[in-house]
Design a protein. Structure first.
Length: 144
């Protein structure tokens, strides 16, 4: 949210937020500017990409992967919501990203570097082709 505040030049950074209501109004302004509406959720309509940024992910280069991912989505005109998340559960395969294309099940890719980012965007996201490096979802919950 702080980076969004810095990037929104039309919003006065000098405005003091004194109450929770002030903060909520600021959040609503930012969400409306970004086309999210008051609920903040357009995830059903847009590609969601999460970058695992737990300690193991960061140590393995996830910050650089996220930066490149954002740049490549912009460069290739892919409308995606790229955000960081915590542990994705497969520390051995860091850096990892989860890609959710509307109408599809999420896919987690491991050992992601800049070359793999480009391949995932061009082949999986744009063309809908399979890409090597997908981590199969093999865990079960306590209820299964």
């Amino acid at each position: 949210m702080l980076s969004e505040l810095k990037n929104n030049h039309h919003l006065s950074i000098m405005t003091k937020i004194k109450t929770l209501t002030d903060l909520k109004h600021l959040k609503d302004k930012i969400q409306l500017k970004n086309g999210l509406g008051k609920s903040g959720d357009k995830s059903e309509q847009i590609i969601q990409i999460k970058v695992g940024m737990a300690t193991c992910g960061i140590a393995s280069g996830a910050k650089e992967v996220m930066k490149y991912l954002i740049e490549e989505c912009e460069h290739l005109a892919v409308d995606a919501n790229v955000k960081q998340t915590g542990c994705l559960g497969y520390c051995y395969a860091e850096p990892m990203i989860e890609v959710l294309i509307p109408g599809s099940k999420p896919k987690v890719f491991g050992y992601v570097n800049n070359k793999k980012v480009r391949e995932i965007i061009e082949n999986y996201i744009i063309k809908g082709e399979q890409v090597e490096g997908e981590i199969p979802i093999s865990f079960k919950t306590i209820n299964n």
